[in-house]
Design a protein around this ligand. Sequence first.
Ligand SMILES: [Fe+2]
Length: 213
Amino acid sequence: MEKSELTVRKLFCTPLLLCHLEGAEEINQALLQHFLSKPEQEPGRRHSNLGGWQSEDNLHTLALPAAQRLCRMVTDVVDAATAVHVPGGLIEASLAWRLNAWVNINSSGASNAVHGHAGAFWSAIYYVDDGGAGPENGGELFFYDPRGLLPAMHDPLLRFRIEGCVTAGYTEKITPEAGMLLVFPSWLLHSVDPFFGERPRVSVAFNFGTPTG
Ligand SMILES: [Fe+2]
């Protein structure tokens, strides 16, 4: 018995959406004015944050116009990136998302442990102020390839990479920039390395859950 030529189908590539929200300086200033003093007034929540302050996850419900505008802008991006299957193909989704959003303030010494956002579909991170995060000051964001170390194998027989995907190792590093928005599948593990900037690194995180879970 002979077999036909072996074909390999390279399936799936993890989407990471990245854009900059234009004209968001006003929103950023309003959020900073509202939240920067909170760590001195409220203990904040504890999840993946190691030393950083985290707000309640109800940013979208606050009577704060800047928060409402930001949530609307991010929801628009998520809506545009989401399609659903219907008989005949894919159509743009119009889902009533279950939204949670919260503010993270990482001052010098703070970091975030590796985590995912269980219970959501899309997650997003928006940088209100990068605080000078980067190679010198840390505070960079790392996404972890769900295939573990396989993409980093140097033996071509062990290498497991997908053409068109940018990941060269098993992590993808993102240097925060004020105004930058990242949208990614909620299961994608990520972390923030220790930050040592002089100005707080302020971000907003979002979870978009589907109506049914
Ligand atoms: Fe996160």
